[in-house]
Design a protein around this ligand. Sequence first.
Ligand code: NAP
Length: 454
Amino acid sequence: MGIATINPATGEIVKTYEPLADWEIENKVALAQQAFESYRQTTFEQRSQWMMAAADLLEAEKEHFGKMITLEMGKTLKSAIAEVEKCAWVCRYYAENAANFLADVPGETDASRSFVRYQPLGIVLAVMPWNFPFWQVFRFAAPALMAGNVGLLKHASNVPQSALAIEQIFQESGFPSGVFQTLLIGANKVAGLMADDRIKAGTLTGSEPAGASLAMAAGQEIKKVVLELGGSDPFVVMPSADLEAAVNTAVTARLINNGQSCIAAKRFIIANSIADEFEEKLVAKYKELKVGDPMQPDTDIGPLATRSIVKELDEQVQAIVNEGARVLIGGKALDGPGNYYLPTIVTDIPATSKMAQEEFFGPVALLFRVADVHEAIQVANNIPFGLGGSAWTNDPEEQELLINGIEAGAVFINGMVKSDPRLPFGGIKRSGFGRELGIQGIHEFVNIKTVWIK
Ligand code: NAP
């Protein structure tokens, strides 16, 4: 299937779209370039007004956009509405702080005056995934546009309505025509766009192969990229932790977004002395979960976004079982229409497991038992990824060891990993490089210009 909305709860093809022809892509790139020439001259005050208007629009229409998100990728309606609210937050955050984040920074040198000035780069191409169809785009667009750049969005092929709605939101908020445009195109057009002189940088949130492909195209042209790729985040629980709180958070941390979040806790690494109790409590919580229609308010877990994700996830579960692991609950897709996969817990994973190195992008929790905090850190780091890590302990020494030892872009102690406009977000290792959000996020797509005046 090309570019289309297919309801993950029913399998129904809701709407299909023709990808843009080459001449249409050219027109949009030309418009973006033209828009940049004047948009870069606008004041922070003016951009802030437009960005605040975008926030107001998101909030006013959150039910409408929420339903669109649920229809396209299957997350529960309540979480889709929360996603739209978070987008309003990131718009307001950068509307309020961009001028300060991008103010000249003086430096004492042998000059009479020297300083750093931040200037926009131009057109930034954003290649985005379907799992948070609004949030992933807004967390790129809010800082990029406030910095004076213009954006072209190539969204995932299964969320075209969200992609078009976001373009419309920026237009209706007052941003000049061409400052933010959606390109309905397939992934095969991305490398060609990165080779276009007018496009100055790229950002991709998605899988490793997609990230590598964008980075290669950008590398050929010596262009800046930010990559936010996959993860298999550890969730470490030590004996001093508040077990009840850890178990409750574990359920949310694994199953948020129907299990399809890059920063979902995917591997639960539990101290031996509390492992039986943790396992029992987690299974009990999983038994209470309601899987079903994501539009219903009492549903906990909706369908996965596509049929192929269900198939791949099931193959991964079968493969880890073949390696010797044991399924405690779930472990299969639901029969009938819709892309439903039962919330699953897997334990007794052999130390040699190859599958444990992979990202399970669905509601599957992998459990590991360890002797102490040192072994916990070893297991936590035994993956190619380094996105986030959550660790539960009330021992200050263990907290320090975990903060320093976990190889990841973020460590959360006694809480789940989450993104927050006020804090930088991104990974190390094969989870990518560069940062979004916070002051660091707005510094990714700017020319950090050194100025020296005799
Ligand atoms: P994906 O297949 O990589 O798709 C993401 C985007 O990349 C889509 O727009 C896709 O377009 C495009 N794309 C695919 N192949 C490409 C290529 N060769 N060149 C250029 N663009 C390409 O990712 P996914 O499987 O949908 O998303 C799940 C992955 O994203 C997981 O690994 C998850 O952990 C990761 N993720 C990471 C973060 C983070 O912040 N680190 C956040 C969310 C998700 P089409 O749809 O047209 O193929």
